[in-house]
Design a protein around this ligand. Structure first.
Ligand SMILES: [Zn+2]
Length: 378
C-alpha cells in the first residue's frame, strides 16, 4: 500500500523537477536535462511523453550540430500558450481582470475601481461579467485553451477552500471567493494572497528563475512582503511570516489596522502618506517634489523608516536580492530615494542587492498568473 503512495509521490516529484528545470533553463534536450536533474534518460523520456500528450511541453527544434549525425538532439520546452488563465487581482483601490497565457502575456484586460458599495458577492459577480465579456470576444481555439481562474487578493486566505478571511480595506468577513467564481465562470478557481501570488510569479517568471533566496516587498496601498528561502516561500505559522508592514517602528505610535500600535504601515501606507500631502495614484513623486519643505521632510522621514525596516530584514535573512514591487516602488524617483537611504544605513550593501521587480510595472495581474503556473509546476 505505502509503496503505491510513494511511487505516486516520486512520480509527482520527478514531473515537478522536469517542469521546474524547463521553466528555468528551457529549451533543452532530454539528455542534458536528465544529467542536470539527476534522473535517468528513460525516466525523463517517460515524463516528457506524458507532458507532451497533455500539451504542456513541446518539441521546439533540433540542435544544428547534431543534424544528420547519428542520433539528433531534440530540444523541448514548456508551451506557455498551451493554457490560458483568467487572472483576477483584487486590491483595496483597483481590481484587474486579465486573460493571459502561462507566461503572463495579456490577450485582453480591464481595470476597474474596487466598488465597496457592492456586497462582496455582487462585486465578484461584476468582475465575472467583465471576464465573460473578454472571453466572448475570443476565437473558439483560444476559448478551448482557457483552463482556470486564478485570484490574487489582499489579506489572509484559505488556499484549500478558496475563502478570503479578511480582504483589508474591501471586506472584513469570510467570503467564499472560489465557490462564487467557479459557479459564475464554470472553471476551476485558485485563490492566493496577492503578495504570495506576486512572489510565485517572481519565482517562476521573473528574477526568481535565477535566485533562490529573495525578499520581495510590495508597496501599494499598504506594505506586504514575502521571504523565499532555498526556492520555497517561508510561510511561518498560519502563513503569517514576513509581515514587514506590521513591524513596530516607534514607541506609542498610531493604532494600526492589525490592532497593534506603531506599525510601519501607520507611517508609509497610502492613507498615511495622503495625510502628509494628498497625491493622485501614480503621481507620488510629483506630489513629493511639489510639496513644501516641511511636508517633504515628513515624506523623507517616512522613507527613512521604510529603508531602515528593509535593511533590518537584509541583516536577518541575507537574501541574494530584495525585490521592490507595487506601484509606489515603480516610480523611479521614490524607488531611488528608498534604495539610497538603505545604502546610507548599510554601507557594505552591494549596489545590485535591492532591485525593482522586472515582471511588473503597475500591473499586478501577473501575480495570479504566476500562482496558477505554480500550481501546474509544483
Ligand atoms: Zn500593523
Amino acid at each position: 500500500m505505502s509503496t503505491g503512495i510513494n511511487m505516486t509521490q516520486v512520480k509527482r516529484r520527478n514531473r515537478s523537477l522536469v517542469l521546474k528545470y524547463l521553466n528555468r533553463v528551457g529549451p533543452v534536450s532530454r539528455k542534458d536535462m536528465a544529467d542536470a536533474v539527476g534522473l535517468t534518460s528513460a525516466s525523463v523520456t517517460n515524463i516528457c511523453n506524458e507532458l507532451i500528450s497533455e500539451g504542456l511541453i513541446q518539441e521546439v527544434g533540433v540542435d544544428d550540430e547534431t543534424k544528420g549525425v547519428g542520433r539528433r538532439k531534440v530540444f523541448i520546452d514548456i508551451d506557455y500558450d498551451s493554457r490560458y488563465v483568467i487572472a483576477f487581482n483584487i486590491e483595496a483601490d483597483l481590481s484587474t481582470v486579465a486573460l493571459c497565457n502561462l507566461a503572463g502575456d495579456v490577450v485582453q484586460k480591464k481595470t476597474v475601481e474596487t466598488d465597496k458599495s457592492l456586497s462582496p458577492e455582487d462585486f465578484l459577480k461584476k468582475l465575472s461579467s467583465i471576464a465573460k465579456k473578454i472571453v466572448s470576444g475570443q476565437s473558439d481555439y483560444l476559448k478551448s485553451k482557457i483552463s482556470a481562474v486564478s485570484v490574487g487578493i489582499v489579506g489572509p486566505i484559505d488556499k484549500a477552500t478558496g475563502v478570503s478571511w479578511h480582504a483589508y480595506g474591501i471586506w472584513e468577513n469570510a467570503v467564499e471567493v472560489k465557490d462564487i467564481l467557479e459557479k459564475a465562470l464554470k472553471l476551476p478557481c485558485y485563490v492566493e494572497n496577492n503578495v504570495n501570488a506576486i512572489t510565485k510569479a517572481t519565482m517562476l517568471l521573473g528574477i526568481g528563475r535565477k535566485y533562490d533566496n529573495l525578499h520581495i516587498i510590495k508597496w501599494g496601498p499598504g506594505v506586504g512582503s514575502t521571504i523565499v528561502i532555498n526556492g520555497e516561500i517561508y510561510e511561518g505559522i498560519n502563513g503569517r511570516a514576513a509581515e514587514l508592514g506590521h513591524v513596530i517602528i516607534e514607541k506609542d505610535g498610531l493604532r494600526c489596522s492589525c490592532g497593534k500600535r506603531g506599525c510601519l504601515e501607520t507611517r508609509v501606507s497610502i492613507n498615511a502618506l495622503n495625510k502628509i500631502a494628498p497625491f493622485e495614484k501614480q503621481d507620488f513623486y510629483k506630489a513629493y517634489i511639489n510639496s513644501k519643505a516641511e511636508k517633504r521632510k515628513a515624506f523623507d522621514d517616512a522613507i527613512d523608516i521604510f529603508a531602515r525596516s528593509i535593511v533590518n530584514t537584509i541583516t536577518l535573512f541575507a537574501p541574494e536580492h530584495v525585490i521592490l514591487s507595487g506601484y509606489l516602488f515603480m516610480e523611479d524617483g521614490i524607488r531611488k530615494r528608498v534604495i539610497e537611504t538603505c545604502e546610507k544605513y548599510a554601507k557594505t550593501l552591494e549596489k545590485s542587492t535591492i532591485i525593482p521587480n522586472n515582471i511588473m510595472s503597475c500591473e499586478d495581474y501577473i501575480g495570479p498568473v504566476g500562482a496558477y503556473l505554480y500550481e501546474i509546476i509544483k
